[in-house]
Ligand binder design. Structure first.
Ligand code: 5AD
Ligand code: SF4
Length: 348
């Protein structure tokens, strides 16, 4: 039964696909609370009540891909496109350093403007100025050589959500994009030496609990250093605009299960989670989440980086935002930690 599966997850950090599916299909309110409690205990043992902050810089809203769910997809003619240049990136990074962020994340659409040479220049400049800060990239699928060049230039981590570990569902929301390419990229990132981040959306239209069980098994087997999990949220200018967003409850259940499957994984309470519920972030932190990724992008571009509608915190001022973030984290019983916040298994 469900309680046995939760206990097994807690004591063995493992469960079969069948067990995960059974849990997702049958878990009731009381059992959900037990699952969350166990995830929280596990997080307290590995990371205590610490929360790591990552300053997120949204590098470009151009994208050559056409993911059905995303507002930046190339077919969206009403998307507002922008690119940050190296000076703008450095300005964000300096602002972030002043606010105490020890990890910067450069995230963007798949934009051919950011060639390997351009990226190496940006990465080198950031690392020269801030050698003790970690740098995470999230720029989509690139070649082995490209990942390697950027790693050698100083990038430490790479986020590339697998989005869905069910081939059929993956390919239905990524037209013309083979599932194997994605997994190959993740494998390459790990092999090169990045702390690699996988992750998935909860509540993608037509997603079943079996698909989610596949995602959870994939995460267990791939053993990423980080795992980004958030609800699907419709964007009005995409083919999936009329579907409902993924539920807070199911997202929280997935976060808790991932914390139990991988006790040391870095697990953000995502912006998407905050965007569907004002208590989303706290709910994520209480279910095993230990990372928050505040926005550091220039105010002028924040609205343009629109993956989904009703993005949370979009217009908050940084310094004020930083203070409020910390205050809210404390209210929830957690504590901000000003370190790089590496996964202990991936960097000594
Ligand atoms: N809803 C929720 N998450 C989304 N992402 C992209 N579009 C959406 C959406 N409509 C997520 C993807 C991607 C990450 C950067 O944002 O999982 O990997
Ligand atoms: Fe591009 Fe990423 Fe959006 Fe897909 S999810 S369209 S790759 S920005």
């Amino acid at each position: 039964n469900v309680i046995d599966i939760i206990n097994k997850l807690y004591s063995e950090n493992d469960a079969s696909k069948e067990e995960l599916l059974y849990l997702l299909d049958n878990i009731n309110e009381e059992e959900k609370n037990l699952l969350i409690e166990k995830a929280h205990e596990t997080r307290m043992r590995t990371y205590s009540n610490k929360v790591y902050l990552r300053g997120l810089i949204e590098l470009t809203s151009f994208c050559k891909k056409d993911c059905l769910y995303c507002g930046l997809r190339r077919s969206n003619k009403s998307a507002e496109r922008y690119r940050l240049n190296i000076d703008e990136v450095l300005e964000c990074v300096r602002k972030g350093d002043k606010l105490g962020y020890k990890t910067f994340v450069l995230q963007g659409g798949e934009d051919a403007y950011y060639t390997d040479d351009v990226m190496v220049e940006i990465i080198t400049a950031i690392k020269n100025e801030f050698p003790n800060n970690a740098l995470t990239l999230s720029l989509g699928e690139r070649s082995y050589e490209s990942y390697e060049k950027m790693f050698k230039a100083g990038a430490d981590r790479y986020l590339l959500r697998h989005e869905s570990a069910s081939k059929k569902l993956y390919e239905s929301i990524h037209p013309g994009e083979p599932y194997e390419v994605r997994f190959n990229c993740l494998k390459n990132l790990k092999e090169i030496g990045y702390q690699a981040g996988a992750g998935f959306m909860v509540g993608i239209p037509n997603q079943t609990n079996e698909d989610l069980a596949n995602d959870l098994r994939f995460v267990k087997e791939f053993e990423p250093a980080m795992c980004g999990i958030g609800p699907f949220i419709p964007h009005k200018d995409t083919p999936l605009k009329d579907y409902p967003h993924g539920s807070l409850e199911k997202t929280v259940i997935c976060l808790a299960i991932v914390r139990l499957l991988l006790p040391k994984v870095l697990l953000p309470a995502t912006t998407a989670l905050s965007s569907i519920d004002k208590n989303g972030r706290n709910a994520g932190l209480k279910a095993g989440g230990n990372v928050i990724m505040p926005n550091l992008s220039p105010m002028s571009v924040r609205k343009k980086y629109s993956l989904y509608n009703n993005k949370a915190y979009i217009l908050d001022e940084d310094a004020e935002y930083r203070r409020l973030t910390e205050e809210k984290i404390k209210e929830a019983g957690f504590e901000v930690e000003i370190t790089r916040g590496d996964n202990p298994d991936f960097r000594g």
